[in-house]
Write a protein that binds this ligand. Structure first.
Ligand SMILES: [Zn+2]
Length: 67
C-alpha cells in the first residue's frame, strides 16, 4: 500500500510513499502530523494551514512498479 497526502486547498503533493502506518512500524515516520510538521503545518505553495483534517490523505494499493 502506498499513501499520498495532498494539500486540501491547492492539491500540492506533500507526501507520497509507503503507507505511514507501515512506516510507523519501521519507525521512519511517526504519523501524518509529523509529515505536516515538516512543512511547518503550512502548505509551501498556497500557505493554507495543514492539519490531518484539512489535507487529503489517500491510501492506495502498491503500483506495479516502484521508484
Ligand atoms: Zn496548498
Amino acid at each position: 500500500m502506498s499513501e499520498t497526502i495532498k494539500c486540501g486547498s491547492c492539491g500540492m503533493l506533500l507526501y507520497f510513499g509507503e503507507e505511514i502506518k507501515r512506516r510507523l512500524y519501521m519507525r521512519a515516520i511517526p504519523d501524518e502530523s509529523a509529515v505536516l510538521a515538516d512543512y511547518g503545518n503550512k502548505c509551501p505553495r498556497c500557505g493554507a494551514a495543514l492539519s490531518t483534517d484539512s489535507v487529503k490523505i489517500e491510501i492506495k494499493r502498491r503500483a506495479t512498479h516502484e521508484s
